[in-house]
Write a protein that binds this ligand. Sequence first.
Ligand code: ZN
Length: 175
Amino acid sequence: MTTSASASSGSEGTIDRLVEANERYASSFAHADMDSKPALKVAVVACMDARVDLTAVLGLELGDIHTLRNAGGVVTDDVIRSLAISQRALGTRSVMLIHHSSCGMQTITEDFRHELELEVGQRPVWPVEAFKDVDQDVRQSMERVRTSPFLLHTDDVRGFVYDVKTGRLREIDPA
Ligand code: ZN
């Protein structure tokens, strides 16, 4: 490592550690022939929260599902884009939505956009999609998937709230 590199920020050092972990992973890699179509034909839309380990929570193996994650697990236009490709090009048939307790999206409001605009002089084009009632937000997400004209399969769409204190999923009844 050069002197200038060692003077770099801590976050750069963290990515170095991740790249080193990848070297160890790749040294014993055994999945070269895996099919790109998810084995379980399921797409999961979930919050990006670091406490939610979908592989462990759902007992998954590599290649089982498509995973779409963003702040809140919100069904945005871009999530619909990915679901359309997931279903039409890669054969998934079911959609599982996973929000969780103590989500950061419950601590902010749409004022976040206004505050950003004041700070940077430009209003974001995207809505914040903040929410207070996590159950209601799961219902809204299910409705967005079920009513999308771009999706082939909207009969098996189920929504859940993951409890970060217990590790348990709780299913939400549709509206
Ligand atoms: Zn969250």
